[in-house]
Ligand binder design. Structure first.
Ligand code: HEM
Length: 438
């Protein structure tokens, strides 16, 4: 289930119908050879993914005491997977999330070409290769790879692309392909959405264990989108707020472990995440993105006992109130000596738990973010909440309830929002969502 563990095929760059300029070489190999003298064409097919480096050159880092070491030289396969990477992939440490708006003048062919070019580029980038021109020192070179990831490891980069409701319209002749559960999200309680942080026709979630590698991917895809699509909103995430197998549960910026109870294991992914809504969409899923600001200064002056009451968990261990260990099952029926519930029914955990929501689960794959300071000099930070599920209505039902009753509401504001259909991964020699154009 965790694609991260698999090594990529270190063979040729994938042959795609287009564009030829998206072939590349290993970023590290590029520097290990005669940088600046190489000719792009001669390097095509040279292979040499970063996975070919010797063990001594592989740096590893640990995220937390006792956590698994991260091998920056890992590359995650992109083509020929049942699902796009970046969903069930063990969460990497950093993320860049961006949405794009298709230009008014963009045609169906423009969209098709963009998806084909992005696919080719993502296939290279995730394997630690450059795209396009590989001659950064040639003064007259224009276009090609922007260069800031030269010499860097693949860092388990995944790039997950989504298609918004605006793609499946008569404008592109694609209305009949709309995955059946894809619709703009309704207005929900607790929404303070800012237009500049809402919606988009395409989404790109780039996750990597090196922030520069993640940024480089979005930077290059944005450049390739040129006049066809414009970046709409973008969030830089760090300190993943969800745990994968073997990872310790990380903490959000409120200081609580986040990601303790999540979708895990193939059976749960099959049940709650992957969907076959429409033939072409089999193996796809839906992505909900919410930029949620945390009023840090207010939270920081709250007593720990109240903070614990808000989440229904202890701050240090992350255990459900009334229990000892983080992964103990919460007892929502337990009462104290005065007959009061030990876990408030209005706590975030009680509100969101599957026990209290008809058994429904969503996969949370969130990241902390900061935008520095706001205009009043206050900390401007929060959670870039990204979730995957087989029906966005599950999020709508959950958030409609949380937005009204969750004790957490006093400290957060939903300021950004978008929903996307996430097609299955492309096959070798094809491109993302190719079935829409055949
Ligand atoms: C800034 C916003 C948020 C913060 C800081 C936050 C934090 C947390 C924390 C600390 C937990 C308990 C540990 C865990 O099981 O992961 C949790 C659980 C959970 N949260 Fe959030 N959360 C936020 C927003 C949301 C939103 C918007 C939703 C969905 C509408 C959501 C859904 C859930 C779910 C489903 C659980 C698991 C509950 C369980 O099964 O026990 N969270 N969250």
């Amino acid at each position: 289930m965790t694609e991260q563990s698999a090594q990529p095929d270190p063979a040729e760059p994938v042959a795609l119908t287009e564009p030829p300029s998206d072939k590349g070489v290993s970023r590290r190999r590029f520097f290990g050879t005669a940088a600046g003298t190489a000719v792009a064409g001669a390097l095509v097919g040279a292979g040499g993914t970063a996975a070919a480096l010797s063990a001594e050159t592989r740096p590893t880092v640990a995220t937390a005491a006792g956590d698994v070491d991260i091998d920056l030289n890992q590359a995650v396969p992109y083509f020929d997977q049942p699902h796009q990477a970046g969903i069930s992939t063990t969460p990497q440490r950093h993320a860049v999330y961006a949405t794009f708006t298709l230009a008014d003048a963009a045609t169906k062919t423009d969209l098709q070409t963009l998806l084909a070019r992005w696919t080719a580029a993502i296939g290279q980038l995730t394997q630690g290769k450059t795209i396009g021109q590989v001659e950064p020192v040639r003064p007259d070179a224009v276009g090609g790879d922007t260069g800031e990831a030269y010499g860097l490891f693949p860092a388990s980069l995944t790039v997950t692309v989504g298609l918004g409701p605006g793609v499946f319209t008569d404008r592109f002749g694609l209305a009949s392909f709309r995955p059946k559960a894809l619709a703009e999200l309704p207005r929900m309680p607790g929404d303070f959405l800012e237009p500049g942080l809402t919606g988009g026709d395409l989404s790109v979630q780039a996750c990597a264990d090196d922030p520069q590698v993640a940024y480089h991917a979005v930077h290059n895809l944005a450049r390739m989108a040129a006049t066809v699509a414009q970046t709409h909103w973008m969030v830089l995430g760090f300190g993943r707020a969800s745990a994968g197998p073997g990872q310790q549960t990380p903490r959000n910026l409120m200081g609580f472990k986040d990601g303790t109870r999540n979708v895990t294991g193939d059976a749960e992914f099959d049940r709650f995440v992957w969907t076959d809504d429409g033939d072409w969409f089999a193996g796809g899923t839906y992505q909900i993105a919410r930029k949620i600001r945390i009023t840090m200064e207010t939270w920081d002056v709250d007593r720990i006992s109240d903070q614990q009451n808000v989440f229904g968990r202890t701050k240090d261990e992350g255990a459900p109130l009334g229990a000892k260990a983080e992964h103990d099952t919460p007892d929502f029926a337990a009462t104290d000596g005065d007959g009061k519930p030990v876990i408030s029914p209005y706590s975030h955990m009680a509100m969101a738990a599957p026990e209290n929501n008809n058994g429904t689960k969503i996969l949370r794959r969130a990241y902390n973010y900061t935008d520095g300071l706001n205009s009043q000099g206050l900390l401007d930070a929060g959670l870039m909440f990204i979730a995957y599920m087989n029906d966005p209505q599950h999020f709508v039902d959950l958030q409609s309830k949380l937005g009204k009753f969750d004790l957490l509401n006093e400290y957060i504001r939903h300021i950004g929002s978008a929903v996307f259909a996430i097609p299955p991964a492309p096959k070798t020699g094809s491109y993302l969502a190719q079935a829409l154009f055949e």
